[in-house]
Design a protein around this ligand. Structure first.
Ligand code: ATP
Length: 322
């Protein structure tokens, strides 16, 4: 559906996106995830046509679009700071793109109604943007983008400006919407949890380079690099005999009966998070802390300063590159 072939981007001689090749399947929810400044938006802007790659090519449905202007590509964009027209109602905002494309009026009406229904805005059609909450405005921006029925929707931190609760409920809605429409979504976020929850596949970026591409599960269970291992969820990183491996907190066992197999340590902190307790254990013979996640059912009360043993099944050691 979308093919990026060795695309790269330089700004003033500086490499912002290193050569990247990626095939995005039809109907896929693909997320570009990484810290601020790693090049996510630049990749999205190259796919949209607002930015030309310094090198490489972009194909949409087998057609080379590398040099096509944005309006000649069958895709739509939703930004974090959605620019709704303040003097237009919800309905008019949604119809705007269809008018520009000279869609016949009867079809316009039908598409607007459908988009309103899908984004649960049917009660608000006559309102102006300033009469809407942030979440409702964001829904209008999404409705406007899907009304055109693009093959691909590019979303750049679309929920970034919303508070946590609203963000969570819109995440669920967005995922359902994407499933029911079957549109390919390319989504940019720096929020790991959001990426895990929404995506079919995640591209983890760091400093303009891809660290790993995989399903949320693949990345969580078998992170390839140190960056991927620590950026998605928590990990304990051990380095011994020249090898570097990661063990997730939920795979660390903490016991009072210290035996040969366990490393000795001292409980340094206890963090209560509702569904889990986290124990931070300072190892006696290594200058590092180990984080263990304890099941809620584990009702032993641990004491700060207590001597404990820490162990894990070697099967849970995941090799990572530096
Ligand atoms: P954020 O999450 O903060 O939006 P990002 O991962 O989307 O970050 P980009 O916006 O793609 O990052 O920027 C990547 C790098 O390219 C940054 O260092 C940025 O300063 C630089 N950059 C982006 N656009 C330009 C430009 N037009 N001219 C020069 N440098 C730019």
């Amino acid at each position: 559906m979308i093919e990026l072939v060795q695309i790269e981007k330089h700004f003033s001689g500086q490499v912002v996106v290193h050569p990247l090749s990626l095939t995005i399947k039809e109907g896929e929810f693909l997320t570009l995830l990484g810290p601020s400044g790693c090049g996510k938006t630049t990749i999205l802007r190259m796919i949209a046509g607002f930015e030309q790659p310094t090198d490489g090519d972009i194909f949409l449905d087998g057609q080379k679009v590398t040099n096509l202007s944005p309006n000649r590509r069958d895709l739509n964009l939703v930004f974090q700071h959605y620019a709704l027209f303040p003097h237009m109602t919800v309905e008019e905002n949604i119809a705007f793109g269809l008018k520009m494309k000279k869609t016949p009026p009867s079809q316009q009406k039908e598409r607007v109604e459908e988009a309103l229904k899908m984004t649960q805005l049917t009660q608000l059609t006559k309102r102006y943007p300033h009469e809407l909450s942030g979440g409702q405005q964001q829904r209008v921006a999404i409705a406007r983008a899907i009304a055109n029925k693009p093959k691909v929707l590019l979303l750049d931190e679309p929920l970034g400006a919303l508070d946590l609760q609203l963000r969570k409920s819109l995440q669920t809605e967005l995922k359902q919407l994407q499933r029911s429409l079957g549109i390919t979504f390319i989504y940019v976020t720096h929020d790991q949890e959001e990426a895990m929850m929404l995506s079919d596949r995640i591209v983890i970026m760091n400093n303009g380079q891809v660290e790993q591409i995989g399903t949320p599960r693949e990345i969580y269970e078998t992170p390839r690099t140190l960056f991927a291992a620590t950026f998605i969820g928590e990990n304990n990183i051990f380095s011994s005999d020249g090898r570097l491996f990661a063990v997730r907190p939920e795979n660390i066992r903490v016991v009072r009966e210290i035996n040969k197999a366990s490393r000795k340590g001292t409980v340094q902190d206890i963090v209560y998070l509702g569904n889990v307790h986290k124990l931070i254990v300072q190892l006696d013979d290594e200058p590092m802390n180990v984080t263990a996640a304890l099941d809620f059912a584990d009702d032993r009360t641990w004491q700060i300063g207590e001597k404990v043993g820490v162990s894990w099944n070697p099967l849970h050691e995941v090799m990572v590159g530096s």
